[in-house]
Design a protein around this ligand. Structure first.
Ligand code: NDP
Length: 310
């Protein structure tokens, strides 16, 4: 069985940053990339708020740069998905793709988060047939068509803006009477003629022969009246936040009630000695590329100190 000094699970900004730091500390990090190498930013367009890029940078380019920087210092990046773990004794044990068993002195979990769905049966019925959680992946199919985006945060606004450049019309379905998104995103969305915001509105279902042809909506008018109506759409995009990718760690480390890994206080250490966590998987609050990268740096420093005392 192969033994690894520092194993990093996940390849988003947190994972790559942890790799850059642990590689430079001579901890010979190995990254297991996961099912989406590069993480969520590989499915975004422009990243305008990562410091150091005054003109912005595309998500895929930013991740390529971080990957190259990790490789430059000797990080060993491997394809694969971690399918089980055993953190009950030392060395820590991790199985990749149900077959390759590895042991490690320290593990940094950076598995990020995945898009949330509303939980409607129709989301599954029309999966790949008009339902998507990634406008930049699937928006191209909706050129000149009508689409809806659900959510009122920065992601929903970003998706709506991206789609407004392709689709003829974009509905933004917002359950409250305001957008939670930052002011700059709000003003960009409201400035677009082909984005119509439906406030106080929830989705009850989707309809269509084979592909999505429309959505059943309900608007809450005042405190006690509901208006049920349908909109004709070709695409239905979810942008209602993310859930942490922690299923494989359930029962092995402490998670909060939403499934985020509990760390600290004041460190990236989890409830198991030698296991650390960084990025969106351990951060229900900030969830930014730069804060994930910062936490990856902290985890690497925590691992270095932990291994010195072992
Ligand atoms: P958020 O949690 O900020 O927003 C989620 C949105 O989805 C809210 O409007 C929420 O409504 C709505 N929502 C949640 N559940 C449901 C539901 N069941 N039905 C209908 N609506 C629902 O998530 P985001 O993904 O937008 O953003 C996450 C973080 O990433 C934020 O900190 C954000 O600022 C950041 N981000 C920054 C970007 C940028 O700066 N360019 C781009 C994208 C994200 P409600 O308000 O009622 O709770």
């Amino acid at each position: 069985m192969e033994h690894i000094r520092c194993l990093i699970i996940g390849s988003g900004p947190a994972g790559y940053t942890a790799a850059i730091y642990t590689a430079r500390a001579n901890l010979n990090p190995v990254i297991i990339e996961g099912h989406q190498p590069g993480g969520q930013l590989t499915t975004t367009t422009e990243v305008e708020n990562f410091p150091g890029y005054p003109e912005g940078i595309t998500g895929p380019q930013l991740m390529d740069d971080l990957r190259d920087q990790a490789v430059r210092f000797g990080t060993d990046i491997r394809r694969g998905l971690v399918t089980s773990v055993d953190f009950s004794s030392k060395p820590l044990r991790v199985t990749v793709d149900n077959k390759t068993e590895l042991t490690a002195d320290a593990v940094i979990i950076c598995t990020g988060a995945s898009a949330r769905y509303l939980g409607l049966p129709d989301e599954q019925k029309y999966a790949g047939m008009g339902v998507s959680a990634c406008a930049t992946c699937d928006g191209f199919f909706y050129r000149g068509r009508t689409v809806a985006v659900v959510g009122g945060g920065d992601t929903a606004c970003e998706e709506a803006l991206y789609l407004s450049g392709l689709a003829s019309k974009v509905y933004l379905i917002v359950r409250k009477d305001y957008l939670r998104a930052s002011k700059v995103m709000q003003s960009r969305v409201t400035a677009k003629d082909n984005i119509e915001i439906l406030f106080n509105t929830n989705t009850e279902g989707l309809f269509g022969e084979e592909f999505v042809e429309g959505a059943h909506l309900v608007e809450h008018v005042g405190t006690d009246r509901e208006r049920h109506f349908d909109i004709a759409i070709d695409g239905f995009f979810l942008a209602i936040g993310h859930q942490p990718n922690t299923r494989v760690f359930q029962g092995h480390i402490e998670l909060d009630e939403q499934g985020f890994i509990v760390t600290g206080p004041g460190s990236t250490a989890t409830s198991r000695p030698g296991v650390f966590a960084a990025g969106d998987v351990a951060d229900p609050v900030y969830q930014q590329a730069i804060s994930a990268a910062g936490m990856g740096c902290r985890a690497a420093i925590d691992v270095d100190r932990y291994l010195m005392t072992e």
